[in-house]
Design a binder for this molecule. Structure first.
Ligand code: C5P
Length: 238
């Protein structure tokens, strides 16, 4: 990606007008925007197109998880939106990930577009060891994250979404070419909100992140563009 910044701003809203206005204000001081399930369910592809028209790289965070044929179809369906990246659950299995990868490549080639990066979600950070055990998965969360990251990599995923505290271990395990997209980021001057295990933007990059997902420290700031510039300056060492 040619973005000036590794920061993708999470536009966690169902309102097209709010997402679009924020994208417009932030263009120039961020690397891209993230639209998630709530936005997609409310506004569909048309809403995504509206925000994408701002020209910012788009992280379309759909966390797909279904049989391979269905996930492949969903990946083909979003290809015309030209997302920079999208997400799928590694727990859907290797066949699902491979089907998604093939579909993404074929659809993008047919449209003359760059193939979107496919980033796997391993263990949701909302699950602790007890909740994970209740789904039938024994062992630690950290081990399951590593296992699913390895499965994702073997199956053709381009990277994973991971917590800042997992970044260094996954970078060591998966090597330099594997994309780490990292939420749970808080500048030293921002409120933690409901995030528990946070790192600053610079700390997360030092731990091996390629891209950072940052929401409220920017979107809820009195001046979102100024907050985004401050983060960009900090990352540039300024
Ligand atoms: O506002 P905040 O910076 O906490 O937003 C973080 C974004 O990253 C939200 O869109 C959230 O859903 C997402 N995310 C996360 N933790 C994960 C995965 C995604 O915070 N493990």
């Amino acid at each position: 990606m040619t973005a000036a910044s590794p920061v993708f701003v999470a536009l966690d809203t169902t309102e097209v007008a709010i997402a679009d206005a924020l994208a417009g204000r932030l263009a120039g001081s961020i690397g891209g925007v993230k639209l998630g399930l709530e936005f997609f369910c409310a506004n569909g592809a048309e809403g995504v197109r509206r925000v994408a028209a701002r020209g910012l790289p788009m992280f379309l965070d759909l966390k797909l998880h279904d049989i391979p044929n269905t996930v492949a179809g969903a990946v083909r369906a979003i290809a015309p939106l030209a997302p920079f990246c999208t997400t799928l659950h590694a727990g859907g299995g290797g066949s699902m990930i491979r089907a998604a990868r093939d579909a993404a490549g074929d659809a993008a080639a047919a449209l003359g577009l760059a193939r979107p990066l496919l980033l796997a979600v391993t263990v949701l950070t909302s699950l602790d060891a007890e909740a994970l055990a209740a789904t039938g998965v024994g062992g630690t969360v950290a081990d399951q994250v590593k296992r699913l990251a390895a499965l994702a990599q073997e199956s053709g995923a381009d990277g994973v979404v991971c917590s800042p505290r997992e970044a260094a271990a996954l970078r060591a395990q998966c090597g330099p070419g594997f994309t780490l997209m990292v939420p749970g980021i808080r500048p030293a001057w921002a409120a933690a909100d409901d995030q528990k295990r946070i790192l600053t933007p610079a700390e997360a990059m030092a731990a091996g992140a390629d891209y950072l997902v940052i929401g409220r420290p920017i979107t809820a700031a009195p001046d979102p563009a100024a907050a985004a510039r401050r983060i960009a300056d900090e990352l540039a060492g300024g």
